[in-house]
Design a protein around this ligand. Structure first.
Ligand code: HEC
Ligand code: HEC
Length: 504
């Protein structure tokens, strides 16, 4: 009592001071904890960092276009799916879809990786459709060529694999997480119990949505490796009612083209039907194929790829000496018959009609791809990148034929024509009723004699070669024939022309 009576202020002070200090401490700690947590979360989930490659070719083969930001598959789900849904693949892993693994590499060519929203995510880049290999002998080392058409990549099979797997009861954390663990994934507790299970569910929903939007693909004749229906897939992005397309619009199946030497292609009307004359627009439009949209496009990374493509060169003919006399004779014929439409040589693209469109009535090749690109699509494409200044598309046009294009690296661009319907150069110099009606696509074994890939027999045990049937809609091998196209020449002249084209 006395103490109480003697020191009331002190007592009083203590009584209020203590809790206040504690409160402040607690508050302080809470703020600190929040700051720490937010920072940790920011670091963990806010990073946006592509895997970087110093070398330009490596960057082209494995670098990011930004597509992973929105479309990217979580890395460990990508790794697990070929095991979880193995029965939807034609063989072992992504390689069975014609994706190419270089020694020591974990991801195939054409797949890039970026750490975003706290997860490593992967998606296709340009090289998925624009890089492939060739072999001189069945046991030979496959030679990788960046910029050539990805003849072995089965994009339709790839798409189907993910859609089928998503629609399957096994696309759940219950099935996928143990497979990821069995792969010795370096996942911490948050990843294992929160991030990845959630990612599985989100990815499944996303795929199910895309599966419905791209449902028209299931009704198309198989593209086979090295081909895609470029502009009908593009229409999905603008919400065209795909079940109500005019019958002549689909299918518009095309061969993947080569994309070297873009500097000299500036200003040319290109894409197979010559619908766009700007290199940068063609590149940005191509970025859709890699999942990148105006807000997600990684501009500096794409710029590096673009810069490399400006002067990228095809490799020289590697299969022994080109016969000088025969080639000289071929050169004469080429200058007489082909130069105006295809350029002076494999490195000099000057020619009266190069980079312009030849009317369909004159070229006479399959018109499906031409008809698949419609005026309404051209108009819609003019809205892309609207609000992004100069990036806005303004050069898409509806044309009435196919483009006269340069023939650089033509030996690596088989099968020929926009729909990849003619297996070799030698076959292209025959009138269409003498061209092979059925042949196999997807082999990288080279046929130096006829200039193209071996297409008569699938190698034993290989399931991935695809039987191309020129009677299927979109696959006609007619056209580019008659006196102007060299198909009436003697067989010695044809041999000479083919010999000369090896120098391109
Ligand atoms: C999904 C496969 C795919 C991907 C991925 C892809 N492309 Fe293409 N690319 C094509 C196809 C198919 C064409 C031919 C389009 C047509 O005319 O129908 C093409 C055409 C082109 C052309 C025009 C070629 C010409 O001379 O006509 C360029 C340039 C090009 N792509 C660059 C790129 C770049 C750069 C990337 C990466 C940002 C890329 N592509 C990603 C499939 C793809
Ligand atoms: C009048 C113009 C014209 C002439 C002449 C012409 N071509 Fe073509 N060529 C084209 C067009 C247009 C295409 C694209 C047709 C298509 O894909 O449907 C083409 C396609 C090609 C292709 C396929 C390219 C690829 O990447 O698949 C080759 C190879 C070719 N021509 C070689 C020749 C040769 C060799 C000659 C001469 C004997 C010749 N052309 C004469 C216009 C011409």
């Amino acid at each position: 009592m006395t103490t109480h009576a003697e020191d009331p202020p002190l007592e009083n002070h203590h009584a209020t001071y203590r809790p206040r200090v504690i409160c402040r401490w607690i508050l302080g700690l809470m703020i600190l904890a929040t700051v720490v947590l937010v920072t940790l979360a920011w670091v963990r989930f806010g990073t946006d960092r592509p895997t970087v490659y110093e070398d330009s070719v490596e960057h082209f083969k494995y670098g990011s276009t930004g597509g992973e930001r929105e479309a990217g598959f979580p890395y460990w789900i990508w790794k697990a799916l070929p095991k979880v849904c193995a029965d939807y693949l034609p063989g072992e892993g992504y390689a069975s879809l014609g994706m190419l693994y270089e020694p020591g590499k974990d991801l195939p060519i054409g797949v890039s990786k970026r750490r975003v929203t706290g997860i490593d995510r992967v998606f296709l880049n340009c090289a998925a459709c624009h890089t492939n290999t060739y072999r001189s002998t069945p046991d030979g080392e496959p030679q990788v060529v960046a910029g050539m058409p990805a003849n072995s990549f089965d994009l339709m099979g790839f798409t189907r694999f993910f859609f089928d797997c998503a629609a399957d009861g096994r696309f759940t954390p219950k099935h996928i997480m143990p497979t990821i663990q069995a792969l010795n994934a370096d996942l911490d507790l948050i990843d294992r119990y929160l991030v990845y299970p959630l990612a599985v569910l989100l990815m499944r929903d996303q795929l199910m949505m895309l599966r419905q939007r791209f449902a028209f693909i299931a009704g198309q004749p198989a593209w086979g490796p090295g081909r895609v229906d470029t502009f009908n897939t593009n229409k999905v992005q603008f919400n065209f009612p795909m079940d109500r397309l005019a019958p002549e619009e689909a299918p518009g199946t095309t061969d993947f083209p080569s994309i070297w030497n873009q500097r000299q292609r500036q200003g040319m009307q290109l894409h197979w039907d010559g619908n766009n004359s700007r290199v940068e627009e063609r590149n940005r439009n191509a970025s859709f194929g890699t999942g990148a949209t105006p807000p997600t496009l990684d501009r500096s990374s794409i710029k590096r790829m673009e810069n490399w493509l400006l002067d990228a060169q095809p490799p020289a003919w590697p299969f022994g000496k080109i016969d000088p006399a025969l080639s000289a004779r071929g050169k004469d014929l080429y200058q007489r018959y082909c130069l105006d439409c295809h350029g002076t040589s494999g490195t000099d693209f000057t020619g009266k009609y190069v980079g312009t469109v030849l009317p369909i009535e004159e070229i006479g090749t399959d018109r499906h791809r031409l008809d698949s690109f419609t005026r309404p699509l051209a108009l819609n494409l003019a809205t892309v990148y609207a609000g992004y200044g100069d990036e806005r598309f303004s050069h898409f046009r509806k044309t009435n034929g196919y483009a006269n294009m340069p023939l650089d690296g033509i030996w690596l661009r088989a099968p020929y024509l926009h729909n990849g319907s003619v297996p070799t150069l030698r076959d292209l110099l025959e009138p269409s009723d003498s061209r092979p009606r059925l042949f196999y696509r997807g082999n990288d074994l080279y046929d130096p004699e006829n200039v193209g890939f071996v297409s008569d027999l699938p190698a034993e045990g290989e399931k991935r070669y695809f039987l191309f049937d020129s009677s299927v809609p979109g696959n006609s091998n007619s056209g580019h024939e008659g006196p102007a196209y060299g198909t009436d020449l003697s067989s010695d002249d044809k041999r000479a022309l083919v010999e000369y084209l090896k120098t391109f």
